[in-house]
Design a binder for this molecule. Structure first.
Ligand code: SAM
Length: 264
């Protein structure tokens, strides 16, 4: 949709972009097409895709045009009403399944090889973490630049944190492209980036251990100035940000071995 069309649709329905729902609508059709292509790259024809926050359907329409079967999760009731009209044919023939509600609550019931979305920034990190649990092969999101950088960051820096470790333990991370604010209405206050997460062939942590590993890592990062030996049952004088994801897993496994002899 063009900027003029977006303004017209919103005005006709008495809607306005809601800041509290992180609504910044994409009005660059070429970019929407590119995002859909990236999300679907390598996917089977007719692949199942979960889209978080379809908004007015900028990305949804491009995913559908490329033959995907889309499950779209949208919290805003007014937008859902619009989407049901815009995509009546696709809803009727089952190519689109639109669910009204909070994606954080809806995601755990879903399975799909691809998850994508131009994420609402106020909740992008919890949505990322919830998406990771779904075992999708490919996750392609637009997020704030700062979040993207945290996801991709290497050990040793200030922005390397628990999120970096947990995401990199499950996926490879690639910052694919920066998006200028001018492609959204209204333009967000912060720059955006398209980030691609691809599930590792061999994740560093098994699915059933993820929650315990996450709790361990988060505790390690809870006081970044302290040595790990002061925060966790380990004999390691380093600080949390100096360990790679592989080293975090090794450290955690060590505590499990210790637990057999009364350690953790
Ligand atoms: N995909 C559209 C686009 O690119 O133009 C809209 C993106 S906008 C940044 C984020 C969308 O997520 C909005 O439509 C907003 O209503 C929706 N949203 C916000 N919080 C949500 C939540 N917890 N669950 C599902 N959708 C949510």
């Amino acid at each position: 949709m063009t900027l003029t069309e977006i303004r017209a649709v919103l005005a006709a329905r008495g809607l306005r972009p809601l800041k509290q729902l992180g609504q910044n609508f994409l009005h660059d059709r070429n970019l929407a097409a590119w995002l859909a292509e990236q999300a679907l790259a390598g996917a089977e024809p007719g692949a199942g895709v979960v889209e978080i926050g379809p908004g007015l359907g900028a990305l949804t329409s491009q995913l559908l045009e490329r033959g995907a079967r889309v499950i779209a999760l949208e919290k805003d009731r007014g937008l859902c009403i619009f989407l049901r009209e815009r995509f009546a044919a696709e809803l009727a023939d089952g190519r689109l399944d639109l669910r009204h509600g909070d994606a954080l609550e809806l995601l755990p019931q879903l399975r799909a090889p691809v998850i994508c979305g131009n994420l609402p920034y106020y909740i992008s990190t919890p949505l990322l973490m919830e998406s990771l649990r779904l075992d999708a092969r490919r996750l392609f999101f637009v997020v704030q630049k700062e979040v993207g950088q945290r996801l991709a960051s290497a050990p040793g820096g200030k922005i390397y944190g628990g999120l970096s470790v947990l995401v990199q333990a499950a996926c490879t991370v690639e910052l694919v492209r920066t998006l200028p604010g001018s492609v959204f209405f209204p333009p967000p206050e912060v720059a955006s980036v398209a980030v691609l997460l691809q599930r590792r062939e061999q994740p560093l942590v098994a699915a059933e251990d993820r929650a315990r590993f996450a709790a361990f890592v988060q505790r390690g990062f809870s006081q970044r100035r302290k040595k790990l030996s002061n925060l966790l049952p380990v004999q390691d004088g380093r600080r949390a940000e100096h360990l790679s994801p592989e080293e975090w897993v090794e450290l955690w496994r060590g505590t499990l071995a210790g637990s057999c002899s009364g350690g953790l």
